[in-house]
Design a protein around this ligand. Structure first.
Ligand code: FES
Length: 108
């Protein structure tokens, strides 16, 4: 089952500072830019750093370990746009920030 899950209140998020949450057994990095919120996979596909701890410039977050850059809008790896990490829907309901994260499917 998937449904939006609250990860905090709007005022809990500072501009440009990522925060990581466990949602549906996945780690998700949530970012605020102005009145907009974005959510992507928190785990860097290179060696597993937390992207929430990365530096945000515009809509691009740089991994804190080796500086691979990802779009917080759609998860595109900006150094190789053929590759993407997952991006998740985010909504604000009243003052709650909510993300929609599908659980990973088990490999068959
Ligand atoms: S762990 Fe993210 S770029 Fe290396």
């Amino acid at each position: 089952m998937s449904d939006y899950q609250t990860v905090g209140k709007v005022d809990d998020f500072d501009e440009g500072v990522g925060r990581a949450f466990a949602v549906n057994e996945r780690m998700v990095a949530v970012f605020r830019r102005g009145d907009r919120f974005y959510a992507i996979d928190d785990i860097c596909p290179h060696m597993g750093a937390s992207l929430a701890a990365g530096c945000l410039e515009g809509n691009s977050v740089s991994c804190p370990w080796h500086a691979w850059r990802f779009s917080i809008v759609d998860g595109t790896w900006e150094d190789n746009p053929r590759v993407k990490i997952d991006a998740f829907a985010v909504r604000v309901v009243e003052d709650e920030v909510q993300v929609l994260v599908e659980p990973r499917r088990a490999a068959n």
